[in-house]
Design a protein around this ligand. Structure first.
Ligand code: FAD
Length: 320
């Protein structure tokens, strides 16, 4: 290993961490023997969680007092870097992660490599980025001193515990963040959902323009429910206002890697496929035998979704 140390910004969620945080920790420990995590509002459970995934130190910015994480966490990390810098700082490419890393970039005067989907050690860190809707991959590496700042897309790596002991918690206060740290969260809204989260579901059933009209999306929801999965969507039907943006899979939506992905009436544009082609088994239902989605499907049904989906739903109901 040529990477002396890596820091990973990990995001608290419901008493634990987001799944992307675990993915980044898992991959970081394959690249460096010295992995530290950075979070806020740490507790014993988080120290145990990051330790289990390979971090030996947990820097804790502390309670943010309702502030958005961007300003205080970037400020705390800038202070830590002044005392000793890692080779790189990895962050989940989430809303807060991107906010933190952008602010840190300004503070440290270091560039950020974004939209990263792969990270390897080739005599230094080399990043991998899909471009042109995932049709091409480019590699990049940092030059110059100081930490490389890297924002990693969810589902780029597998989350695998290593069985490590709880990390040592080290206080890393934010210091004075001035006006930029003054914004606080006044209210937050938890999106209503039954069943698993789209990004974490083992089965995803997605609908596209081939459904014909918004009301037919209920077929997707019912099939997803019967399969204990989550409903997804192509951008075409999100843009048409049939379903909320939170359902969108693809380049400008969510990346999913379920065990089974069922694409219903979705053509398979590269911008859609980049968000689901890592699925273990891809099933496509499309009336056009030449639809691009069939090129990556493990199992294809050439047929009308309005006939195939109701038949699938009936079959699933008869089994349950
Ligand atoms: C910068 C950029 C970012 C983008 N990001 C995303 C993204 O994140 N996610 C995304 O999905 N798209 C994204 N897009 C849009 C993308 O290019 C496609 O336009 C979109 O994915 C098409 O959605 P669709 O497959 O539902 O619709 P269409 O391409 O119109 O395909 C509909 C399909 O349904 C089939 N069909 C029609 N009727 C039936 C029927 N009765 N039964 C069975 N099949 C039927 C047709 O044969 C066709 O293949 C992006 C585009 C750009 C430019």
């Amino acid at each position: 290993m040529t990477i002396a140390s890596l820091w990973v910004i990990v995001e608290p969620a419901n008493g634990s961490l987001t799944s992307t945080s675990f993915e980044l920790l898992s991959h970081a420990r394959t690249l460096s023997a010295n992995v530290a995590a950075i979070t806020w509002g740490a507790n014993d459970a988080l120290a145990a969680a990051v330790g289990e995934y390979g971090a030996t130190t947990l820097y804790d910015v502390g309670d943010l007092g309702g502030a958005l994480p961007g300003a205080p966490v970037a400020s705390a990390i800038a202070t830590l870097v002044a005392q000793g810098t890692p080779d790189a700082i990895l962050v989940p490419a989430s809303y807060d992660g991107r906010d933190i890393i952008a602010r840190l970039s300004a503070r440290l005067d270091r560039p950020v490599l974004t939209n990263v989907t792969g990270l390897s050690d080739e005599d230094g860190l080399v990043t991998e980025h899909p471009i042109f809707g995932g049709t091409q991959i480019v590699n990049a590496r940092f030059t110059g001193d100081g930490p490389g700042l890297i924002a990693v897309r969810p589902k780029s790596f597998a989350a695998e515990p290593s069985g490590g002991a709880a990390a040592t918690v080290v206080a890393a206060p934010a210091g004075d963040t001035g006006a930029s740290g003054a914004a606080i969260i006044v209210t937050s809204h938890v999106e209503e959902r039954t069943g698993p989260k789209l990004e974490e579901a083992a089965v995803v059933v997605s609908g596209g323009r081939g459904l014909g009209e918004a009301d037919k999306y209920s077929l997707i929801e019912e099939a997803a429910r019967l399969l204990h999965g989550a409903p997804g969507a192509s951008r075409a039907i999100v843009d048409a206002g049939w379903v909320p943006y939170s359902h969108q899979v693809g380049q400008t939506g969510k990346t999913v890697k379920p065990t089974v992905y069922i694409a219903c009436g979705i053509s398979g544009a590269t911008q859609h496929m980049v968000g689901m082609k890592g699925s273990k088994n891809i099933v496509a239902i499309n009336k056009d035998p030449d639809a691009p989605i069939f090129q990556i499907a493990d199992f294809g049904v050439v047929g009308d979704v309005h006939k195939v989906l109701p038949a699938l739903i009936e079959a699933l109901k008869s089994r349950s």
